[in-house]
Each structure stands twice: as structure tokens, then as C-alpha cells.
Design a protein around this ligand. Structure first.
Ligand SMILES: Nc1nc2c(ncn2[C@@H]2O[C@H](COP(=O)(O)OP(=O)(O)OP(=O)(O)O)[C@@H](O)[C@H]2O)c(=O)[nH]1
Ligand SMILES: [Mg+2]
Ligand SMILES: [Zn+2]
Length: 325
């Protein structure tokens, strides 16, 4: 079927229709949360934590990991049972990344915390960390920074960890040091996941899936259950997957990024996302200040006075220059 844009009225009708379905209390309708999306099939966990493979109806738009959905069984006698998603619950928020040609691509929904994972190998990229932090502040959700592979720390790379701590602690972010291979710092991370839905994001290879494995010792079984997409035998994560933690809370493992795609936010949102820089809003001499080399720029002055970190201002200027009006 050819893709077509829905009018606002059609969107309202669909949403009203979905709300009626959600309100149904009969036994035919079940509620669940999407734990993974493989091609045309969605894996849903119901209120009893049973996993059900669901098909998708066409008019519901994009459905992602973390979405709350309503589904019905088509045939309970077939093995496995077949079910269809009939409604998408309202979203608290939607984490998106820039996909092909800068178009927004939904990653996961209903996120309370974004765990920005970096490591000693590969080295942290401050611009990428800041991009995630800005996206998180705008969701809104709580960011946590994790520096993984701390077991690889030596005299030569110690400054990498110290820098991250210095820059981000100074502006109020929590930085955790972990080693997934040596199980260091994982308990502390676990205690921060209680009662929330969190997502691990970051460069490919920093150890996001390894952290999930530490938290879920029986993950081998879980991977077997849900990750048909990795049949090539790759260890790299290819689809976002939500895991229920035995201690409470949900954790989403997401595929690592490899490149730096365009910025999705506008200039106001970018300034909002730099929590220590937004205090300078409206204080520049020129209203349309680009915060680079204009005279009387409050952010440049703050930088010169040592009030803000050069790395952060660098990231801000880059993102601000790339952003839409
Ligand atoms: N030394 C050390 N190696 C680690 C640690 N955590 C993960 N690794 C290794 O790093 C490599 C990548 O780990 P993954 O967990 O697959 O990384 P990922 O972030 O999930 O990668 P993507 O799925 O591609 O995004 C593996 O070889 C892990 O064994 C750690 O704490 N210390
Ligand atoms: Mg992974
Ligand atoms: Zn300025």
C-alpha cells in the first residue's frame, strides 16, 4: 500500500478509536509492553511477564521498544499463539535518532533514564556524550553517564576518566565507573535502575550488552528467546530490546552508533539541553547571537572566565551551528 499522510482529523479519529479499544475490559483484550521489534513481528511482554509474538496492524504508525500496546489473540490454538496489536498507548516520550537523510527514526518510548555509556577503549567522544545529554534533557529523562572498561585504566589513559568526572560532575551529572568484565560498579548501577525504564546508549563496542549480561545472568536464554535478528551469529546488538530486571525496573539495550548523524533539535532545545549554559539565555548583546565570535556573547565570556568547560562550549557551538531555527 502506498504511504500517505494522515490529516489531523484522521489522526484524531484513529486516536479516539484506539482509546475506545484500550478502554475495553473484556477478556479478549490484553495489555503489554513492546520488548523488541523484528521486521513485521513485535515481541510483547504481557502483564504476567509472558512473551507473545504479535503482528502489527497497519494504521498504528511506528511502534518501538518500550511502547505500551493492546493486543488480541487471533488463534490461541496455534503454536506459537498468534496475536495482533490493536492499539498503541499514549507515550510519555519518544527517543529518536537521525536516520537516513537526517530523518527522525524512533528508537524507544517511555524512557525515564538514559544511560550514556562510554569506555576507555574505544575512547569517549565528548561531542557524542553531549548530544545524548541534550537529547535526554529534551525528552525529558534523567541522564546517567557510565565509563565502562575501567579495568583497562593505566597511567596513560587515567586522564580520560578524570576528565569525564571533572566535566560532568561539575554540572551535576552522575558519573559511574564500571567494568562489565570484572563486575565492578554494576551493583551501584543496578540500584539506580530500580523502578524505572532505562536505556543504554553509546558507541558500538563500549560494552552496553556486556553490562546487561552482568545484570541478567540468564541472558543467554533471553537472547535465544527473542533475538532472531542476530541469527548471523554476530555479537553486536542490532535491535533495541527491553529486559525486565529481577530487582525491578526495565533496561533497554540499544544498538551502538557508529557515526555522527545530523542534529534533530532546534536552537532553543539545544540551549535547553546544555543545563549549565541555559542560564546565559538572553544575556548576549545580540538577540541572534551564534555564540561563536560576536562581541558581548555571554557564553564566550563565561568560557573566558572559566565558568564553563571548553569541551562543553565546543559541543554546544557545533550543535547550535547545525541546528534548525
Ligand atoms: N576489558 C573490558 N572489556 C569489555 C568490558 N565490557 C565489554 N567489554 C568487551 O567489549 C566488547 C564489546 O562489548 P559489547 O557489550 O558487545 O558492546 P556494545 O556496546 O553492546 O556494542 P554494540 O552492540 O555494537 O553497540 C566485547 O568484546 C566485550 O567483551 C569491560 O568492562 N572491560
Ligand atoms: Mg550491544
Ligand atoms: Zn552569545
Amino acid at each position: 500500500m502506498a504511504k500517505r499522510r494522515l490529516t489531523e482529523q484522521q489522526k484524531r479519529q484513529i486516536s479516539a478509536q484506539q482509546n475506545r479499544i484500550i478502554a475495553k475490559t473484556n477478556a479478549e483484550v490484553h495489555h503489554g509492553v513492546v520488548i523488541a521489534h523484528h521486521g513485521k513481528e513485535l515481541i510483547v511482554s504481557d502483564t504476567e511477564h509472558q512473551t507473545i509474538n504479535c503482528q502489527l496492524r497497519q494504521n498504528l504508525g511506528t511502534i518501538v521498544c518500550g511502547d505500551r500496546v493492546v493486543f488480541e489473540f487471533l488463534d490461541r490454538d496455534s503454536v506459537p499463539e498468534t496475536a495482533v496489536i490493536v492499539a498503541l498507548g499514549e507515550r510519555d516520550n519518544l527517543l529518536q535518532k537521525a536516520g537516513f537523510a537526517g530523518k527522525a527514526k524512533a528508537v524507544a518510548a517511555n524512557i525515564d533514564q538514559v544511560i550514556v555509556v562510554c569506555s576507555l577503549v574505544p575512547r569517549p567522544n565528548h561531542y557524542l556524550i553531549d548530544r545524548y545529554l541534550v537529547a535526554t534533557e529534551n525528552l525529558p529523562a534523567r541522564p546517567i553517564i557510565v565509563v565502562n572498561k575501567i579495568d583497562l585504566m593505566d597511567d596513560k589513559n587515567e586522564h580520560v576518566v578524570n576528565d569525564i568526572n571533572a566535566i560532568y560532575n561539575a554540572i551535576g551529572y552522575r558519573v559511574l565507573e564500571t567494568s562489565a568484565t570484572e563486575n565492578t560498579g554494576i551493583d551501584e548501577l543496578q540500584s539506580m535502575l530500580l523502578g524505572s525504564t532505562s536505556i543504554l546508549v553509546g558507541l558500538s563496542g563500549v560494552g552496553k550488552s556486556s553490562i546487561v549480561k552482568d545484570l541478567l545472568p540468564d541472558l543467554e536464554i533471553r537472547i535465544g528467546e527473542i533475538s532472531r535478528a542476530s541469527s548471523e551469529g554476530k555479537h553486536t546488538t542490532t535491535v533495541s530490546t527491553l529486559y525486565g530486571l529481577p530487582t525491578g525496573g526495565y533496561l533497554i539495550d540499544s544498538p551502538g552508533v557508529r557515526d555522527f548523524s545530523p542534529v534533530l533539535l532546534n536552537k532553543e532545545q539545544i540551549l535547553d539541553g546544555f543545563i549549565e549554559l541555559k542560564a546565559y539565555r538572553g544575556q548576549c548583546k545580540f538577540k541572534n547571537c551564534s555564540h561563536v565570535n560576536e562581541p558581548g556573547c555571554a557564553i564566550t565570556e563565561a568560557l573566558e572566565n572559566g565558568e564553563v568547560s571548553p569541551q562543553r562550549v565546543n559541543s554546544f557551538r557545533k550543535m547550535f551551528a547545525d541546528a534548525g531555527a
